[in-house]
Design a protein around this ligand. Structure first.
Ligand SMILES: NC(=O)c1ccc[n+]([C@@H]2O[C@H](COP(=O)([O-])OP(=O)(O)OC[C@H]3O[C@@H](n4cnc5c(N)ncnc54)[C@H](O)[C@@H]3O)[C@@H](O)[C@H]2O)c1
Length: 446
């Protein structure tokens, strides 16, 4: 079986490599010549654990290729997956479908056989139907069929997520498309992965509903964290206390600086617009979007307050820039507005991230100091702000921090440090949704 994937980003590349691992012959066509050149040289344009190996092995086995043209890629492909970006459209928050329709049109015009076009990109309800109409209008003789197969992988654990998903969703009206996708996903069927067949619109909505729900869960615990700070409760314990209830579940109950990334921010915004336009507005999702936006905006003020009301002339060490650990993705990362806010108040910012430094340099002003490692960022710092919970930061011992930092303030936006150990080492420790030091003004020892 041969398939093609259009778009070699996080989803396209991971899906392509994993389908190849299933034994399918896969061509991943990436339009960006620089990324394509990297892929041809065996280099991976993104950071995703295990992906370099999976790509190399499958390329060497002759199952995975990166053709120079879309036309070459789709030759003989039974299914063509669209995995291009669907960012939020500037101004109104609708999903921008420019890349999707450009790719579909190119595919439809180049096809010489009746393939299935499958959207793996997250697309608004109704998009699959429009793709089918476009294909029918442009190439009525071919009998192209359309399916929606939304992707649920998480950056950082994308390969295990793809190889052992909780479920696979396939939305289509076409029996032929169902048969092709059933064959493609047979290795997952054999390990008893539920494969849920639905109509096109339902599959499209399932993806938004899933992301909307998870974003709501995070936002809920973030609001509880604010409440915990006011009433002297501990949000980690609240999360555990409610998460042990099987009806609630423990995942996505980690309080933090607000969700970011390439999916939740744009997908909640798009879901809000989809619901409004359909005449069934979602007040829950509207609240999630606005609560999360304002939370991210408020993080700089939180750090400034912990530093005594001003960070002017102070050196602030930022640990972690990517929106979550194990990825270099900086899309909508809380670190970016935070650093802008601190710079605007006059701080000197020294930042370190294990893999996202190059990307961050393009998004932040030149005066940000990009340190070679965590100790270099912390050297002489008045305060430490932990933004992304990379494992290597968890092991930073308070005594060691005391040796290299100038000040004694730790602002832990992910609750990874032990508050008591920090206090014993003389630090004013500010977690999220945890008991805060009595005053915010006496905490800098300069
Ligand atoms: N990143 C995730 O964790 C994730 C998870 C689930 C679903 N999704 C969805 O998958 C889609 C892709 O997301 P992503 O993070 O992989 O995006 P991405 O930006 O990393 O990758 C998209 C790639 O498509 C390429 N491209 C654009 N137009 C093209 C064309 N006509 N032909 C060939 N290549 C083209 C781009 O150059 C880019 O490399 C989005 O709709 C997203 O919402 C993403």
């Amino acid at each position: 079986m041969k398939i093609a994937i259009i778009g070699g980003g996080y989803v396209g590349l991971v899906s392509g490599a994993c389908f190849a691992e299933f034994g399918v012959s896969v061509d991943v066509y990436e339009a960006d010549p620089a990324k394509r050149a990297m892929l041809l040289e065996g280099r991976i344009p993104i950071y995703e654990p295990g992906l370099d190996r999976l790509v190399a092995d499958n390329a060497a086995a002759g199952r995975l290729a990166f053709p120079d043209s879309l036309e070459a890629g789709i030759t003989g492909a039974e299914a063509i997956f669209i995995a291009v970006g669907t960012p939020a459209r500037r101004g109104d928050g609708h999903a921008d479908l420019t890349y999707v329709f450009a790719a579909v049109e190119q595919v439809v015009m180049a096809l010489d056989h009746p393939a299935i076009i499958v959207t793996k990109s997250t697309v608004p309800v109704g998009t699959g139907r429009k793709i089918a109409e476009l294909a029918q209008r442009l190439r009525p003789e071919l009998g192209i069929e359309v399916a929606s197969n939304p992707e649920f992988l998480r950056e950082g654990s994308a390969i295990p997520d793809f190889m052992r998903p909780d479920r696979v969703i396939v939305g289509t009206d076409s029996e032929r498309a169902r048969e092709v996708l059933r064959r493609l996903y047979r290795p997952l069927y054999l390990i008893e992965t539920p494969i849920v067949f639905t109509g096109l619109e339902t599959a499209e909505l399932i993806k938004y509903a899933a992301n909307g729900f998870l974003a709501m869960k995070i936002t809920f615990i973030n609001e509880m964290a604010d409440l915990c700070e006011q009433v002297g409760a501990d949000v980690n314990d609240v999360a555990r206390g409610i998460g042990l209830d099987g009806r609630i579940g423990r995942k996505f109950l980690h309080a933090g600086p607000g969700f970011g990334g390439s999916c939740f921010p744009k997908d909640t915004l798009a879901l809000m617009r989809i619901a409004e336009e359909a005449g069934a507005p979602s007040r829950l999702i509207q609240s999630v979007v606005s609560v999360n936006d304002s939370r991210k905006e408020k993080m700089a003020a939180r750090v400034i307050a912990a530093c005594g009301g001003s960070v002017a002339g102070k050196r602030i060490a930022i640990l972690g820039l990517s929106f979550k650990p194990e990825t270099d993705d900086l899309r909508e990362a809380p670190s970016i507005p935070l650093i802008h806010g601190l710079l605007a108040d006059g701080a000197e910012v020294a930042a370190f991230d294990p893999v996202a430094m190059d990307g961050a340099k393009a998004l932040l002003p030149e005066r940000v100091i990009f340190a070679a490692d965590a100790p270099a960022a912390l050297a002489g710092a008045d305060a430490l702000v932990l933004v992304t919970e990379w494992n290597e930061f968890r092991s930073l011992a308070p005594a060691r921090l005391g040796q290299i930092m100038r000040g004694r303030v730790v602002i832990d936006l992910r609750n990874v440090f032990d508050p008591e150990a920090m206090r014993q080492a003389g630090f004013a420790y500010y977690g999220i949704g945890r008991k805060q030091p009595p005053t915010a003004t006496n905490s800098l020892m300069v």
